[in-house]
Design a protein around this ligand. Structure first.
Ligand code: AIR
Length: 208
């Protein structure tokens, strides 16, 4: 079997699991994707786990499910391969039932659980586990983190610049209106704020 196994409880989970598969693809890690319900096909799942253990090649399993999600726990109970639980939302309890099912495992059978719909982090955690044995993947992870940091700091520059310019314009309008340091916005300053061109792809109103 493949180096990383991604298994979901239903074909309807596919879209929510996709970011994990994307991350693994980005790092060129051999990944097998499967769909078996722990509740609807328990014998099929047992056979699958048997094959997983016999294969001896898989380093980590990502198990994704919604509702009362037994899948990662059942897999963890029948293998010593690390299991990452990916609880899925979109359910009557918004994924909390799946989160609790995965995170609150009885002592002795661990499942490393990510956040609800946290497929990207599930993928990245799997990459980190595989990287323990493959230094090249570790280096790729370092580059990934560097690129991420660069992007985050570029966002900081844009946001800081946006508000600095906005503050500068408001001050000018206040001064022109002879209002000194009054915090109350004049309608002119409101017009100025609205006419200021927002930075591309980012809407300040999203923050509120
Ligand atoms: N599920 C399927 N068997 C056991 C569980 N917990 C989960 C699936 C899916 C949800 O139940 O992972 O998130 C609904 O599945 P379906 O197939 O009815 O859409």
């Amino acid at each position: 079997m493949e180096k990383v196994v991604v298994i979901m409880g239903s074909k309807h989970d596919q879209e929510k699991v996709e970011p994990a598969i994307e991350v693994l693809k980005e790092f060129s890690i051999e990944t097998g994707v499967y769909c078996i319900s722990a509740h609807r096909a328990p014998d099929g799942l047992a056979q699958f786990i048997k094959k997983l253990n016999e294969g001896g090649f898989t380093k980590v399993v990502i198990a994704a499910a919604g509702l009362s999600a037994a899948l990662p726990g059942v897999i963890a109970a029948k293998t010593t391969i690390p299991v990452i639980g990916l609880p899925l939302g979109g359910s009557p309890l918004n994924g909390q039932e799946a989160l609790y099912s995965m995170a609150e495992m009885p002592p002795g059978i661990p499942v490393a659980t990510v956040g609800i719909n946290g497929a990207k982090n599930a993928g990245l955690m799997a990459v980190r586990i595989v990287a323990n044995e493959y230094p090249g993947i570790g280096l790729a992870l370092e580059r990934y983190n560097e690129a991420q940091a660069k992007k985050s700091l570029a966002d900081n520059d844009k946001i800081h610049e946006y508000y600095s310019k906005l503050a500068g314009k408001e001050a000018t309008v206040e001064q022109a209106a002879g209002k000194g340091s009054s915090k109350r916005k004049s309608s002119a300053s409101n017009e100025q704020s609205q006419s200021y061109e927002p930075i591309s792809g980012w809407n300040p109103e999203d923050m509120f």
